[in-house]
Design a protein around this ligand. Structure first.
Ligand code: URA
Length: 434
């Protein structure tokens, strides 16, 4: 068996055996298969797909590429959530502390930015000192003693996903159902989550463009979860416009902080309360979704989520003065408010264009080794369905220089579409698959 033959087999649209998938994953994890062959293999999977059997084998091979945490002796039940990637999606920063504040331990393995979508790790690292690279012992210790931990894919947990994720980000191989399903579920299985809420994004700012694809991805992840003895529920949520207002790392952390303190955008808060409620039900903390919602809303109103977020920052080495005074967070040198060039109802705020623009501005990576600029991004002031008047603030750009600001201004203006007639706001959620 060798890597070239396996690439050729997938190139020729043939089904890979479990042994071939194991061979490839083992080889890339041990650094025996070079990046260029791994990238070529990823592209064949993106173009030719995988059967459900291949995807299941790929997921298990990736999960087994390192340690698999067994947390059953550490906490009664460990819940987790994972988003398939969107624009302005800072949900984890609010939901995880909120759920932990309701008494359910949360141990989260998050990701970095992928393509035009942002990543929780890149966001939280806007807080100086915050450590996302934790050893297994640290992860378990924090989960057991503090009930909340937020870490990245580490050397010994699903290392194959770490390698594939970085390559997919920069080789145009993100948008693939088998690659997304295996990436998400291998991390969840390796991280020991027993109950998982998947936030499957649908729309132009997501990797699943329509409900049909999102359902297919959800069903696949739910069945892989079941096979590994995990409880999984998938929420299909809208990603045709950014979630909340902020897009960009430090800007999103600030928005998460204001949401935890009671003054965040309404759509983002509602999204977080819904995801958190489902986590409480699947984690057996509430008997039904109505009861869960009451518990979560109370914890939020009482500021318990905010207190948990502060403890999370302190426990993982972050400088808490940055979250107590978010104005200390990195600030871009050029900040410009852009006004609406006309009056009308907004009928599109294209999330993909906004995500791509924020990556170009430096909030994401174009090459594997690119450094993130935590300060840059965009604040979108409206939602689809809003009426805006000519000359009213439309969005604010935070850029590294004038040139970047001007490019971003033109692209973000082009992401907005107006209509003379009234248009409906977009839904937050479409359906639930379990
Ligand atoms: N999140 C992941 O962890 N992997 C993907 O491929 C997409 C979103």
């Amino acid at each position: 068996m060798n890597a070239v033959d396996i690439i050729i087999k997938k190139r020729d649209k043939k089904e890979l055996s479990e042994a071939e998938i194991n061979y490839f994953i083992h080889g890339l994890t041990k650094n025996e298969i070079p990046d260029y062959q791994v990238s070529a293999w990823l592209m064949t999977i993106l173009l030719n797909g995988m059967t459900d059997e291949e995807t299941k084998n790929l997921t298990l091979a990736m999960a087994n590429s390192g340690e698999i945490l067994d947390l059953s002796a550490v906490v009664p039940i460990e819940v987790d959530k994972h988003s398939t990637g969107g624009v302005g999606d800072k949900t984890t920063l609010v939901v995880e502390p909120l759920v932990a504040a309701c008494g359910l331990p949360v141990g989260k393995m998050s990701g970095r930015g992928l393509g035009f979508s942002g990543g929780t790790l890149d966001k939280i690292e806007s807080i100086p000192g915050f450590r996302t690279s934790l050893s297994q012992d640290e992860f378990v210790d924090l989960l057991k003693n503090k009930g909340l931990v937020l870490a990245g894919q580490s050397g010994d947990l699903a290392p194959a996903d770490g390698i594939l994720y970085k390559l997919r980000d920069v080789t145009g191989t993100v948008q693939s159902i088998p690659l997304i399903a295996s990436s998400v579920m291998s991390k969840k299985i390796a991280g020991g989550a027993q109950a998982i809420v998947l936030d499957v994004k649908v729309g132009n700012g997501a990797f699943m463009r329509n409900l049909e694809e999102a359902r297919q991805l959800s069903q696949l992840m739910v069945s892989i979860g079941k096979l590994s003895g995990r409880r999984v529920v998938a929420l299909l949520s809208d990603m045709n416009q950014p979630l909340g207002n902020a897009v960009g790392n430090a800007l999103e952390v600030k928005e998460a902080i204001s949401t935890l303190k009671g003054s965040g955008p309404a759509d983002f808060l509602e999204h977080c309360l819904t995801v958190a409620s489902h986590m409480l039900v699947i984690g057996e903390k509430a008997r039904d979704i109505v009861t869960a919602r009451e518990i979560v809303e109370k914890a939020n109103k009482d500021g318990l989520g905010w207190e948990k977020f502060r403890s999370l920052v302190i426990n993982q080495g972050g400088d808490v003065t940055y979250v107590d005074q978010p104005e200390k967070m990195p600030l871009a040198p050029v900040i410009r408010e852009i006004l609406s060039p006309c009056s009308g109802y907004l009928n599109e705020i294209n999330a993909k264009v906004i995500g791509e623009t924020s990556v170009e501005m430096g909030a994401g990576r174009i090459k594997k080794e690119d450094q993130i600029d935590h300060s840059v991004g965009i604040i979108i002031h409206h939602k689809v369905g809003d009426f805006v008047k000519n000359g009213e603030p439309l969005f604010t750009i935070h850029a590294k220089d004038m040139n970047s600001m001007e490019n971003a201004r033109d692209r973000i203006l082009s992401a907005h579409m107006w209509s003379d007639s009234k248009c409906e706001p977009l839904p937050l959620f479409y359906e639930v698959i379990q």
